[in-house]
Design a binder for this molecule. Sequence first.
Ligand code: DAH
Length: 327
Amino acid sequence: MSDLNQIIINVKKEINLINNIKELNIFKVKYLGKKGYISSQFLLLKKLTKQEKIENSTIINNIKKQIKTLIKQHKNKLESNNIKFQVLNKKIDITLPGRYFKMGSQHPITMVIYDIENFFIKLGFKITESQEIEDVYHNFDALNISENHPSRTEQDTFWLNKKNLLRTQTSNMQIRMMKILNPPIRILTSGKVYRNDYDNRHTPMFHQIEGLLIDNNINFLELKAILSLFLKYFFDEKLKIRFRPSYFPFTEPSLEVDIMGTNNKWIEVLGAGMVHPNVLGNININLLNYSGCAFGIGVERLAMLRYNINDIRLFFENDIRFLKQFK
Ligand code: DAH
């Protein structure tokens, strides 16, 4: 095996004589290729003792590394010389305007979700994640939704098999989080939900934001205050809001919130209520010490009202002319 330094000196001499990329590639194959110099050196190791093998393979690897670096440096040099040559010979017109990179931007739904999250973070809510593939227990049973509730049928729910489904609501997060967190709980989750529906106000996938608050003294007034503060923040300080009694299996009492649209009509924007004792009981939360409230917000609905959009499908058609307007 020849002397390390001598090899490198020779390689340097040889590489300095190369003045185009084609020759450099041939040089690369000669040294680093499958049948090249480095491989042949490794083949020679076979005849040596174990100790010699270790020593010599370190040397060969070292040489390989240095050759690689030399090739890279020389390649850069050739390329920049080439550009200089072209500029000097006016083959490249450096006065031409450059190419612009088109910047992407956030999807309007993402923007709205971040905006809503920022509001609730200021009220002390923690942002949590939850899963889109869910089982019957967390999407329905534990939320006190009866076995014959119409929302369970195939017309509404995308079933994956008898037990699992694409979640129809972010309320599954309430159960998952109550199982792992101890009260007081103050959390918010956003995400995709799925229902078998399609027209100008419904898409099979849409987004919800779910909030959950469990503490010693949570009451209806607190829930109403949070929701009206939020809606005034999101739309307008002077927004007219109406709380309407409603029904959800997982809350009691339940309410829906309407806001006054520009056309002087009430529009429903979210559902909420005090967490049903059956739901808290399912998770073994002590009903004597704790109560809770929850709310679910339809993200597309809010985005459509804020930006005056009349067809929900626009959000998901990926028409760049539509999306561009939200930068
Ligand atoms: N999950 C309900 C739906 O998808 C919305 C909802 C209503 C969420 C009341 C809640 C709630 O947390 O308390 O229509």
